[in-house]
Ligand binder design. Structure first.
Ligand SMILES: [Zn+2]
Ligand SMILES: [Zn+2]
Length: 317
């Protein structure tokens, strides 16, 4: 049964398509998802609007849009779960979450904490993602990627290093249940399909291993995110060598199509060919612990989710 732990809709995201109801209907009725997570982007501050948002949004309107997302997500979740009790009806666990940002450490942490405080009873988990380096988006378009690269000195190696350092900061501050598109920084790089063990003369690989170890230490799951394939990369996020390193330390995955509308279902895991996403990982199936999760198996426990600070204290005890 296919499943995805990461999705967006045009109703609540300026660079996506379709209403959330259409996205859910497509996932449940057409794709026969067994688990589908609604994980809209979290709100951002006035200085961090995407180009398509600048004309019509500010921090307050993005925050209101997110609140509206939660209301609609709950309505659809209840609708799907109620309908599933009918004989022969599609069975799909709808999870509600969000994709946290890491743009400015204090502000990004405050936004995630606010959402969890406000919607903690509703939110099942959140994805910790890094889409910015030095506050500049690195996956939005090539021009912005190149701007971020210039700010880091002009080389992909330096930008990658800064990205993985930002990711470690994000992991330690937010302690996400799911780590989003671990090596997203590859998207606009000069050699996007380069083996990260060899990239930059081997200088990046220790940072990759360091971040995997941090994620594993906090019990996070890595998403196997197929949006990379949709965008023309040879392998999903993360690449094969990272998947192997993650499995070597006992890590587990969730699967994500990161769809921004119903046209983007490259990740359809009902197609056998797509099952391993171009990865030569025969053991992968055994690591997909959430393939058919029992209800709420993907839930980050409330203590972890709501207050990362409390979680840190618990670790010390
Ligand atoms: Zn998006
Ligand atoms: Zn993302």
């Amino acid at each position: 049964m296919p499943f995805s732990h990461h999705s967006h809709s045009g109703e609540f995201c300026g660079h996506a398509a379709n209403t959330l109801a259409e996205v859910v209907e497509h996932a449940v009725q057409r794709r026969k998802m067994s688990t589908f997570a609604l994980t809209e982007h979290c709100p951002r501050g006035d200085d961090d609007l995407y180009p398509e948002e600048a004309a019509q949004h500010n921090a307050a309107s993005l925050a209101a849009l997110f609140d509206a997302f939660i209301v609609e997500a709950v309505r659809l979740q209840q609708q799907v779960h109620a309908a599933s009790s009918a004989p022969g009806a599609a069975q799909c666990e709808i999870l509600i979450g969000f994709e946290a940002e890491w743009i400015r450490p204090a502000a990004s942490t405050a936004i995630a904490q606010k959402l969890l405080a406000q919607h903690g009873g509703t939110i099942d988990f959140f994805i910790g993602s890094v889409h910015h380096v030095g506050t500049v988006p690195i996956d939005f378009d090539r021009a912005l990627y190149e701007r971020a690269r210039r700010m880091c000195g002009g080389s992909d190696a330096a930008l990658f290093a800064a990205y993985f350092d930002a990711q470690l900061e994000m992991l330690e501050a937010l302690r996400p249940r799911v780590v989003g598109h671990f090596d997203l920084i590859r998207l606009f790089a000069d050699a996007p399909d380069e083996d990260l063990r060899a990239a930059a003369g081997g200088a990046l690989w220790p940072k990759v291993l360091r971040n995997l170890s941090a994620a594993r230490g906090m019990g996070a799951l890595l998403e196997l995110n197929t949006s990379a394939l949709r965008k023309g990369l040879a392998q999903p996020y993360p690449r094969l060598e990272i998947c192997r390193a993650w499995m070597a330390i006992g890590g587990q995955f969730v699967l994500s199509d990161d769809s921004h509308g119903i046209a983007q279902d490259v990740a359809d895991t009902s197609r056998p060919k797509a099952a391993r996403f171009n990865l030569q990982l025969p053991q992968l199936e055994s690591r997909l612990s959430l393939a058919v999760p029992p209800p709420k198996a993907a839930v980050w426990d409330a203590q972890n989710c709501k207050t990362p600070v409390d979680r840190d204290k618990a670790d010390d005890e």
